[in-house]
Ligand binder design. Structure first.
Ligand SMILES: [Zn+2]
Length: 589
């Protein structure tokens, strides 16, 4: 008895045996039953999804001799000949090896004659994208005016390589990858029919590895069946396919998330001992973490992930225990590790160190949570020390800057590594030094009765302007820093070209009115660009900037940020202008 590979043994003979592709199958069935079959059909899709299979079923249906019931009958002589590969009216051509103009000429010669037995002469050209341009051109003429007795069926994995002139003359059928669940059910049916005992998780492994291709899955199944006989364990399957079971990734993922480096390294050792390919293993681990991220952020992860309900439920549970930031970070570190492994003489060491890094970084807290924490601290702090008068260096003793604060040790904010020095940007804190002393918790400008604060309510102000003059709001929004000085609202732009229009007196007048109405203050408005300041007086520019930098360095908000992060205020940068001035000052020293 000869052994027939599963892919051939389980090749669908009829439309309803085709796995997946139900929309295309429906169209083809309707075309047959209504006798509206196009003269040229093009099946596209990745390998192993059923392109030539559908073309053959279609060919049988077209030439089937049966007059009743569902076509093809698979019993008449025409059907049987096609199955056996001896039908004279069906020509199957491999486009990869018959790609020249001569082959197409032969084909054209051939179709001039009527079919010998059936209704149609059927030409199936597989991998049609391999044809040369000349061959396509020769084919084009025939496709434009095909003889009534000829049907063309093309199959391709690379539809983009086919000339548009050809495409536009074909009815196109795009075959999709087979969904995981359908593959799994199909393989399960085969295992039962072949009387092989194999666990669901092993079949899931095979279905996932098949990645949407029935044929790939069937050859894997062949491999597994011929190895294990009638009883297959999960270990057998992992061994035959060189795959690592999903439970190994679950264990490893748990170990990394629990910061248990010892267990993680032990699992890696077992994987290595089992002889798995480390690069492949790392890629699979990346897929696993991607899965966790999807489970963490998506409401219906099953749509994006290939896995059984059980696997997805377990991953969702696992992902729920981490912040998304932790998972992104793990993915990032692992991705870097995978890249390093490509060229490393000892990939295992790289992977081990990557695990160490992941464990060391530990759990991350979202920035939004940190900001909320800062707000909390600000509120608590403001109660006792308000009003914060002039920003004072004495507020935080020098040594505190480099020492962890007692309060942060049992803090939910957790950073395993010392934070880098903070670079305070103008946009973030530049308002502070010149605004009159304010109570940070209330945000009220204390010199005035106004309940609006330049810094806090700036966005509302922009919205206020937008309601009245949309274009003006667009420009106001671009402002790089805004501060209040002696009844004057100073708006500064880094890029002078952005604010020229605001500097025009008419517009400035309108803007001043808006400002006064919104903030209920008799403020004058001044709009300046960075370049203006320098041209007006570079003499006190350096001194002014130096002052500004000192003030920024001592700004309560900056100091508090430094406290929370256990860092210190390092370089203070206020934009391109300051860098030039600093360079000048350094030269002078
Ligand atoms: Zn038949």
């Amino acid at each position: 008895m000869s052994y027939l590979v599963l892919a051939r043994k389980w090749r669908p003979l009829n439309f309803d045996q085709v796995v997946g592709q139900s929309p295309v199958v429906r169209i083809l069935r309707n075309a047959i039953s209504r006798d509206r079959v196009p003269h040229a059909m093009l099946f596209s899709g990745v390998r192993g999804v059923g392109k030539t299979t559908l073309a053959r079923i279609m060919a049988k249906a077209l030439n089937c001799e049966s007059q009743e019931g569902e076509l093809p009958c698979n019993e008449c002589s025409s059907c049987l000949e096609i199955v056996a590969g001896t039908a004279v009216d069906l020509h199957e051509i491999d486009g990869a090896s018959n790609r020249g103009i001569q082959e197409i000429r032969d084909l054209k010669e051939n179709i001039r004659f009527l079919p010998t037995r059936g209704r149609y002469k059927i030409m199936i050209i597989d991998e049609v994208h391999m044809l040369t341009n000349e061959a396509f051109n020769a084919l084009l003429k025939t496709l434009e005016e095909p003889p009534d007795h000829v049907i063309f069926m093309f199959a391709t994995t690379e539809i983009h390589k086919i000339p548009v002139t050809i495409l536009s003359r074909c009815q196109r059928y795009e075959l999709k990858k087979i969904p995981f669940a359908e593959l799994f059910q199909f393989f399960k049916k085969i295992a039962e029919a072949e009387k092989v005992t194999i666990s669901d998780s092993a079949l899931e492994m095979i279905a996932r590895e098949a990645a949407g291709s029935v044929r790939d899955g069937l050859s894997l199944l062949d491999q597994v069946f011929s190895f294990g006989g009638e009883q297959m364990t999960d270990e057998d399957v992992s061994e035959v396919l060189g795959l690592v079971g999903s439970q190994v990734f679950e264990q490893l993922g748990t170990a990394l998330l629990d910061e248990d480096l010892g267990s993680a390294l032990k699992i890696l050792d077992q994987v290595c001992t089992a002889g798995a390919d480390l690069k492949r293993f790392t890629a699979d681990l990346l897929h696993f973490i991607r899965g966790l991220i999807i489970c963490r952020v998506s409401k219906s992860p099953a749509e994006l992930l290939e896995g059984s309900d059980r696997e997805i439920a377990s991953m969702t549970e696992m992902a729920g225990r981490q912040s998304s930031e932790t998972l992104y970070n793990q993915f990032d570190l692992l991705l870097k590790g995978a890249a390093e492994m490509q060229f490393a003489p000892h990939p295992r060491l790289v992977l081990e160190m990557t695990f160490a890094r992941i464990v060391q970084t530990g759990q991350l807290v979202p920035v939004s949570a940190l900001i909320a924490r800062i707000d909390e601290l600000l509120a608590a702090d403001g109660g006792e020390t308000a009003p914060v008068a002039q920003p004072a260096a004495s507020r935080v003793p020098e040594k505190k800057k480099s020492e962890p604060l007692a309060a942060t040790s049992d803090d939910p904010v957790r950073l395993s590594e010392p934070a880098p020095p903070f670079k305070v940007q103008t946009q973030q804190v530049s308002v502070a030094p010149d605004v009159k002393p304010a109570e940070p918790n209330s945000g009220v400008v204390s010199t005035a009765e106004s309940t609006k604060d330049v810094r806090k309510d700036w966005d509302d102000f922009v919205a206020y302007v937008k309601d009245r003059k949309d274009w003006m709001a667009q420009i106001v929004r671009l402002c790089d820093s805004v501060r209040l000085n002696d009844g004057e609202l100073l708006m500064r732009y880094d890029d002078g070209s952005q604010c020229t229009i605001l500097q025009q007196s008419d517009n400035l007048k309108i803007l001043t009115e808006f400002t006064q109405d919104f903030f209920q203050q008799e403020w004058r408005v001044k709009v300046s660009a960075n370049g203006d300041g320098r041209s007006q007086g570079s003499g006190d520019g350096a001194a002014g900037l130096q002052e500004e930098r000192v003030a920024l360095r001592r700004d309560p908000l900056a100091l508090l940020v430094a406290e929370v992060f256990n860092g210190h205020v390092g370089d203070v940068r206020t934009g391109p202008r300051s860098r030039e001035v600093i360079a000048v000052m350094e030269e002078e020293n």
